[in-house]
Design a protein around this ligand. Structure first.
Ligand SMILES: Nc1ncnc2c1ncn2[C@@H]1O[C@H](COP(=O)(O)OP(=O)(O)OP(=O)(O)O)[C@@H](O)[C@H]1O
Length: 382
């Protein structure tokens, strides 16, 4: 790197520190910025190593990560723990479309109990994680940002990876736009499209959590994975959860799952167009440890999602990903799985015989029909 390029790079990094408030102020209002140890040009990125001045809270870096993106663009990543950090500024960008391909993911998801493929990061690595270890996902972003596509690919991967005896899916589609694809898939215990039809399901899940809690108690273990017998994982997926804002009882049950579901094998995947403080208030938001922040209107929205900087994303299918395993937000391109391709992929997983409509009999005897007054089930397709 030439002398002038190096000077410019230093200048930009100091500017980012200033924007982010990452400095100590000493006598005479002098600012002490982090010490820049090295700046290196790599094939696809420029790497900056710096150390924080003693006494500066390293959490500031993540909290104000957006400042690095304001200076260097959104294609940046930050790694480090307490004192020394590596900032990578990527020059190459990800392709705007990555075709979904389950076979590519197979080696990545080996050993993951509930595998989630988030997408590809700026270094070209696929990001896969285990929902059991990183419980409860929030997928948020403005209309057309790629939430439904991501839900489609996440659910398709789970269906391909686990047999129906190990995975039960409960799908709530309040916009009635997406989950019809998954009807009659063996893992899917129901597609619910109104709050009225959701309530009995949530009640059932609450009872099931209590039953599982009693089993754990009696066997003196703390997680269903420690039991001798295998209990299926349960995933409750709600598309556009903000439409439930006034449904206090349902939201209380959703919050209960977020609080105690992990050890009991019950997980949430929630999607939301406009992040709403009322819906995402307090406990629920904190319990959604994974956030997929697709492009959104502004910094206020991206902060509510927990992915500041995602307001700067441009492409559909692009997100800032927050998972407990990473110390920093990662920019990731989600794989693209169109509706037609998903239908094709799910063909092999549909029930041999379509489940009967209007018999009032859900395929799996999971829901107490006394609670479900409506005679509604095309496999609980209400
Ligand atoms: N991972 C992706 N890669 C490339 N293009 C994508 C991806 N995801 C979505 N798109 C493009 O963006 C369009 C909108 O995507 P999608 O329907 O998933 O958005 P959404 O956020 O669910 O919107 P809405 O909230 O209105 O339902 C898709 O039709 C597709 O053209």
């Amino acid at each position: 790197m030439s002398f002038w390029a190096n000077m410019k790079a230093r200048h930009n990094l100091i500017k980012a520190f200033r924007y982010a408030g990452i400095y100590k102020t000493v006598a005479d209002d002098r600012k002490i910025f982090p010490k820049i140890r090295s700046i290196r040009s790599e094939a696809h990125s420029t790497e900056y190593v710096f150390t924080l001045p003693g006494g500066l809270d390293p959490k500031l870096l993540n909290k104000n990560f957006f400042a690095f993106q304001q200076v260097f663009g959104t294609s940046v990543s930050l790694e480090g723990d307490v004192k020394t950090f590596l900032l990578k500024v990527f020059s190459s960008s990800l392709p705007s479309e990555l075709t979904y391909n389950f076979e590519t993911y197979e080696p990545l998801i080996k050993g993951l109990a509930l595998p989630i493929i988030a997408g590809m990061d700026l270094s070209g690595n696929w990001i896969a994680f285990d929902l059991v270890k990183n419980p409860h996902i929030l997928i948020a972003g403005e209309t057309g940002s790629g939430k439904s596509t991501q839900l489609r690919s996440v659910l398709s991967t789970l269906i391909r990876a686990l047999p129906p005896s190990r995975l039960e899916l409960y799908l709530c589609d309040l916009k009635r736009s997406e989950f019809h694809l998954f009807r009659n898939v063996e893992h899917v215990r129901g597609v619910f499209v109104t709050p009225t039809s959701m309530e009995p399901v949530l009640n059932y899940l609450q009872r099931e959590m209590r039953r599982r809690g009693d089993i754990l108690d009696s066997r003196e273990v703390s997680h269903i994975d420690d039991l001798e017998e295998q209990l299926p994982y349960i995933v409750l997926c709600i598309d556009e959860v903000a439409l439930l804002q006034t449904e206090k009882k349902i939201m209380a049950l959703v919050e209960e799952i977020s609080a105690i579901g992990r050890a009991l094998g019950v997980f949430l995947i929630l999607s939301m167009q406009r992040p709403d403080r009322n819906v995402l208030d307090g406990k629920l938001k904190n319990n959604l440890t994974v956030r997929m922040g697709f492009k959104c209107a502004d910094l206020i929205n991206s902060r509510i999602i927990g992915t500041p900087g995602s307001e700067k994303l441009k492409e559909s299918g692009r997100m800032l990903l927050k998972i407990p395993a990473f110390t920093e937000l990662k920019e990731v391109q989600a794989p693209y799985l169109g509706t037609g391709e998903a239908k094709e992929l799910l063909k092999g997983y549909r029930c041999p015989k379509p489940k009967e409509t209007n018999t009032g009999q859900p395929e799996a005897s999971v829901i107490d029909l006394k609670e479900v007054e409506e005679n509604v089930f095309g496999v609980l397709d209400i």
